[in-house]
Design a protein around this ligand. Sequence first.
Ligand SMILES: C[S@@+](CC[C@H](N)C(=O)[O-])C[C@H]1O[C@@H](n2cnc3c(N)ncnc32)[C@H](O)[C@@H]1O
Length: 441
Amino acid sequence: MPEDAIPEGDESSRPRRWGYERFRDLFSARQLLGLETSARIIGRVKDLRLRRALATNFSDLLRYQNMLCRYDMMALKSLDIFSIHGFPVSYVQVESNLLGIRNGNALPVGSGGWVNIIEKYTKAKRYCTEPFEVAFRGKTKITVPMRGEWIGERNPERPEAAERRIDIRCASATDVTLPPSSLDAVLTDPPYFGMVQYGELMHFCYVWLRKLMGENFPGLELVTTRHADELTGNETAERGLEHFAEGLANVYGRMARALRPGAPLVFTYHHNQQDAYLAVGMAILDAGLTCSASLPCPAEMGGSIHIHGTGSSILDTVFVCRQSGTTPRASLFTDAAGLAEIMSAEVADLCAAGMKPTSGDIRCMALGHITRMAIWRLKPAWNPKLATTEKFAIFRKTMNGIATADALQKRLEKTEAPVPAVVGSLFAQDETRNFADAVAF
Ligand SMILES: C[S@@+](CC[C@H](N)C(=O)[O-])C[C@H]1O[C@@H](n2cnc3c(N)ncnc32)[C@H](O)[C@@H]1O
């Protein structure tokens, strides 16, 4: 078991305030015995592929086998340490059975035991060979197989076919160099400024994994997961909005140079503060791109306990950026009224998909669209050489000149969202909206 100390940090100072000094202090003696025994067994597995898979499962197990876990009274199971993106210390702790329990139908009960973890991993692996989409038929959730699609190196139905080549690197994207015009698309999910402290949180699992797999194992060479190049705002590490914006601009610039002409750079983002969008706007413009679409889309954390039932946002904006191309004229707007029109149609679509957008969602959607239009306006005369603070000021002024999230929230809260037309078949499009009229950029 690891002896590493818990360092100070925006998130990790909390357990320290409660008297936890080393990561191992976050586990009961019984959990430490179970985890160490598990790690020793995994360490003896000779097949590297299998040992790696078991180490991944072990890493998931750690999240449920520690004394920061709480019990979810609604779901009747334990919540993992990162059900909140932090180190929540609660008065009442829950300890899951290490091996896990199966019911009469041999299905795993609750969460957090080895049987639950292995079942989850098996499902993920099965998804790789038989991927599907989830949809609703009436109120019934159904899965729709994606025939012919698969994830992995070898085609599960045609093992003789050529292998796919993948290249996974554990490195900072700010250092990556790719050949020009070599990419068909870049699809990414950057940090949302200071929302999640990935480096601090993953340190919790990393100290165990490094001990288990060895410090020469690819990706585990460094002593800690904390890194000066991490693209997050972090007060303890004195990384502010400028660090985030400049880092993102660096990465997007590298990607833009590697994209084929007209190919998209697509990423998700979500924040309810305007400042966090200044960084996004600057990064896209510095990279020489424009934003051809900003699409609201349900985000991963819908079930998260700190978001559920609050006004917080569970929507991401998907930003689609290109050097050149076309965009539907109907998606352009110049003021709050124009934006309200676009957004009320989107809110109706989201309602049709079974979501009830909160005021936080409306705010995030508005900020996404306003960012898109500010980029659109600023692109022709953007000067990437200006100081970051100056670029922030220009971008903020342009956003505010178009509309503010507050104005949108007020405007939309007063109006009822239009009732969506009933969609008869899966994935049907709303034929009434005319996107045929396109504007080139
Ligand atoms: C929003 S998360 C992506 C989550 C991912 N889509 C998933 O489903 O697991 C952002 C990720 O960016 C990583 N990150 C932060 N700074 C980075 C950098 N300089 N280079 C590469 N990745 C970075 C974080 O560690 C984190 O894993």
